[in-house]
Design a protein around this ligand. Structure first.
Ligand SMILES: C[S@@+](CC[C@H](N)C(=O)[O-])C[C@H]1O[C@@H](n2cnc3c(N)ncnc32)[C@H](O)[C@@H]1O
Length: 260
């Protein structure tokens, strides 16, 4: 056992496009002995890991095998104590719905040094690649990042009144499964049903699919287009700007009849 453990690097991989990695993330990946990665890390980013480095999959896919969080925490501690250079690679940014802070707290509690390397979070990446600025003068004075999914078995109970603000852009992570509830609760809380809304699947990748619609029609559009995870919901006036600013892959025709 070493006297001094090596640091664990908790690194954001961004939303998918490997060119969105930071220079620091790229350097750490190339120097890594071991990379512990999540399901959201794209194959093209994993291709950048040197062939000699060990890759350990720690992600989860619904109901498939996954490594419990306790085991991941323990693994990081033992890698640090073994003196190997360990990168904990996470989709997007580690501190935004990424549990990077839980892992860092565990390392801190066990006196393991660590660094956090921020990544481009899905909302910044998807917004940019779909042509949806998250704020825009005269349209949105702010933006809120919200989870659309609670821990297993916990009912999604958000403060809908405070979220139903036409001057703020709402970005909803993991919202696909509850899209019907999200749409109806926001409308019930006073956000007009014709508020522009969009959903972006696999944003920033070559497989990106975008739908542009309204809050009222969002659930039907998501269903007709059969969007799958990972997808991000964006609700607010700024979504309309995608009609002029989209540059990566054109949005699907989201006329509900057309999709049907
Ligand atoms: C557990 S959260 C992780 C978020 C991540 N830490 C980040 O900063 O982007 C997973 C959710 O992020 C969103 N997401 C991540 N990557 C995405 C992508 N490329 N396209 C669309 N949504 C994405 C989806 O809502 C997905 O369900």
């Amino acid at each position: 056992m070493l006297e001094k453990p090596s640091p664990v690097y908790i690194v954001g991989a961004g939303p998918g496009d490997p060119e969105l990695l930071t220079v620091k993330a790229m350097r750490l990946l190339q120097e890594a002995d071991v990379v512990v990665y999540d399901r959201l890390v794209s194959d093209s980013i994993l291709d950048l890991v040197p062939p000699g480095a060990t890759r350990i999959f720690a992600g989860k896919a619904a109901r498939d095998h996954f490594m419990p969080q306790d085991e991941i925490n323990e693994l990081l501690v033992s890698l640090a104590k073994s003196g190997r250079s360990a990168v904990r690679l996470k989709g997007g940014d580690p501190f935004i719905f990424g549990r990077g802070s839980e892992e860092a707290l565990y390392l801190s509690k066990h006196n393991i040094p660590f660094e956090i390397v921020p990544g481009i979070t899905a909302s910044a990446g998807c917004g940019a690649y779909a042509g949806i600025p998250l704020t825009h003068r005269g349209m949105a004075t702010g933006v809120r990042f919200v989870t659309g999914h609670c821990r297993n078995g916990v009912h999604l109970d958000l403060n809908w009144k405070s979220l139903a603000d036409p001057d703020t852009t709402l970005v909803i992570y993991m919202g696909l499964i509850n899209v019907q509830k999200i749409s109806s609760e926001l409308i019930k809380a006073g956000l007009p049903a014709d508020t522009p809304a969009g959903a972006i699947e696999r944003g920033t990748t070559a497989d990106q699919r975008t739908i542009l619609t309204t809050l009222g029609e969002l659930p039907a559009c998501v269903e007709k287009a059969a969007l799958k995870a990972p997808s991000l919901l964006i609700i607010g006036r700024v979504v309309d700007l995608a009609n002029d600013l989209s540059w990566h892959i054109p949005a699907l025709d989201c006329n509900v009849e057309a999709l049907g």
